[in-house]
Design a protein around this ligand. Structure first.
Ligand SMILES: Cc1cc2nc3c(=O)[nH]c(=O)nc-3n(C[C@H](O)[C@H](O)[C@H](O)COP(=O)(O)OP(=O)(O)OC[C@H]3O[C@@H](n4cnc5c(N)ncnc54)[C@H](O)[C@@H]3O)c2cc1C
Length: 534
């Protein structure tokens, strides 16, 4: 009874709980984690023990393999489910957890080949702190410090540099994987093309990842940002396409859409700051008292602007407001007084948010809110914005352009889980199409107005649209597809062959079972049928 009362309190007063308890507790929680990580990075890091840590994973997997088949449960990593960035709570307690979260060292940097060798639980914050002083960054990174390189490699990663280099997977040179029988394999495009191309988007269902070789790019200390307002949908769609495909494309391209016909396009180029006129334009956007980045950008809706952003501030620009997700949790969070007094505690830690999620709050994450990153071909940009407008009536929307490569020409093994770009979406004389990530985060307009809303119905319609135009959603977010629909959206032919060949069937969960929400979204679909049609 006390438990129910406590859960109800936590659900009803979540904003108060977040600002009053979540922020301070989350800050202490974060401070402890940071201190622990700092201590680990400075004093306890032991790259020379990598081989021992891998051997420990191998022996645990071998022990698992020696158990009679009917007594084995599928394997997964021991990363706590509340630590990851997915909206799901994977039912890890029903699987066999392999102890491997100690694999979190940066192992080496080869500056000649511009490749960094890392363990999978290295976080984006950690690798950025390691690489920037050495003059590099990951070719594809993420704006959220807590994401791990292993998570980005086994799922997906995309950033504002992806229009030049593609998704995270295009920048992996080698995966070191412990297979279902305990064998260690170093998979490259040449040595094991089938495994190499099936591992991204596999969510750890082909093997345990114990090491990665990743491409890095040289950097400069600042990003020169230009903000350009646009006042028609045709204008911003065309401008983003031109910028992303140009031979001299900017290093970073991004757009925030504030209304169907109003967007700010951001172009960033690596820069040195050497002159006083440039120094006067430096903006340390990541300081706690500064406005949230998307609010800062909104100011440029009625005039052009430019500034120099220190690179670490640029790379974490969406961190304090988790894009605009925090705005619905702590509506006062961007008030100057709040920023001045409590800004240093932001954002509420995702791990804390997940840790304090009750079953009711979990249901609210997909019935009252939308968290989706959807990859769509550029040719569908205006239709996609129209669709979101029609279905959810919510803004802002995030747009990151990205190449999506097709390696099928290199042989059958080159076909991964992603549907290949359609002929009309390919860039002539290349093996890629130009796509974009449409980030839809927040509370749908009708819900904000207090109206009943069929969220799951709307999400399923969005998924159906995505499939019609040849797109696909990131799988960290909740999916509302049935198994059959999922198998129509993604191409699982290579994945299935690799599961058989490397004995992953039964050893690791099946992909759909791993990524489907742990709650019954189809029961909610039924419930929603009693609501008025949206
Ligand atoms: C609001 C929001 C916005 C986002 N926007 C973006 C964006 O713009 N661009 C972008 O790229 N991403 C974005 N993401 C999502 C993020 O990229 C993913 O969640 C990503 O998977 C990294 O998170 P993680 O490290 O917590 O991965 P996890 O969830 O821990 O891992 C991902 C999958 O890989 C498996 N896995 C992880 N490590 C291993 C291993 N060592 N061996 C075997 N399997 C393993 C896990 O079991 C899991 O299935 C966003 C997330 C949020 C919440």
């Amino acid at each position: 009874m006390w438990k129910d009362f406590f859960f109800q309190l936590l659900t009803k007063h979540r904003t108060l709980v977040l600002a009053g308890i979540g922020l301070p507790v989350g800050t202490v929680f974060d401070a402890v984690l940071r201190l622990r990580n700092l201590y680990y990075e400075k004093f306890a890091s032991a790259p020379e023990e990598h081989a021992q840590r891998v051997a420990s994973v191998q022996s645990q997997v071998q022990r698992w393999a020696s158990v009679p088949p009917n007594e084995r449960k599928p394997m997964c990593t021991d990363r706590k489910t509340w630590m990851n960035l997915s909206t799901r709570f994977a039912p890890k307690h029903t699987w066999h957890r392999i102890k491997m979260s100690g694999l979190r060292d940066v192992l080496s940097l080869d500056e000649d080949s511009q490749v960094v060798h890392v363990e999978p639980f290295v976080t984006v914050g950690q690798i950025t702190r390691y690489l920037l002083p050495r003059g590099y960054m990951l070719a594809v990174t993420l704006e959220i410090e807590e994401a791990t390189v292993g998570g980005l490699a086994m799922a997906v990663g995309m950033t504002t540099h992806s229009h030049k280099v593609g998704l995270f997977q295009e920048n992996v040179k080698a995966y070191e994987v412990v297979l279902a029988d305990g064998t260690l394999v170093r998979a490259t495009a040449e040595s094991h093309p089938d495994l190499f191309y099936a591992l991204p988007w596999s969510h750890g269902t082909l093997g345990m990842l114990v090491g990665l070789s990743l491409r890095v790019i040289p950097v400069k200390p600042y990003v020169h940002m230009k903000y350009t307002p646009t006042y028609s949908q045709a204008e911003y769609c065309e401008r983003i396409r031109e910028l992303s495909c140009a031979a001299d494309a900017p290093d970073f391209v991004e757009a925030t859409v504030y209304q169907k016909d109003r967007a700010v396009i951001m172009c960033g180029r690596f820069a040195e700051v050497t002159e006083d006129a440039q120094r006067r334009k430096i903006n340390k956007i990541g300081l706690p008292h500064k406005p949230w980045f998307y609010k800062h950008v909104e100011q440029f809706l009625d005039h052009e602007g430019e500034e120099y952003i220190p690179l670490p501030h640029y790379l974490m620009r969406h961190n304090r407001s988790i894009f605009w997700v925090v705005a619905d949790m702590i509506p006062q969070g961007n008030h100057p007084l709040f920023r001045a007094l409590l800004g240093w505690m932001m954002p509420p830690k995702i791990a804390f948010l997940k840790f304090s999620t009750t079953p009711m709050v979990r249901k609210m994450t997909f019935t009252l809110q939308v968290f989706q990153d959807i990859v769509l071909p550029m040719s569908a940009m205006s239709r996609a914005v129209d669709k979101v407008d029609e279905l959810f009536q919510m803004y802002p929307l995030l747009i990151y352009p990205s190449r999506v490569y097709d390696h099928r020409a290199e042989g059958l093994a080159g076909g991964g889980q992603l549907p290949p770009p359609r002929p009309q979406d390919r860039i002539p004389n290349t093996n890629y199409g130009m796509y974009f990530d449409l980030g839809v985060y927040g509370v749908p307009g009708p819900i904000k107005k207090g109206k009943p809303f069929r969220t799951v119905h709307a999400m399923r319609e969005m998924e159906s649209f995505t499939q019609q135009v040849g797109g696909f959603p990131f799988l960290y977010a909740d999916t509302f597809m049935t198994r059959e629909e999922f198998e129509q959206m993604f191409d699982l032919s290579l994945y299935r062959a690799v599961r058989r060949k490397y004995h992953a069937e039964g050893a690791f969960p099946d992909l759909y079972d791993k990524i489907k929400p742990e709650v019954d979204v189809f029961a909610v679909l039924e419930e929603e049928k009693s609501f008025p049609v949206n």
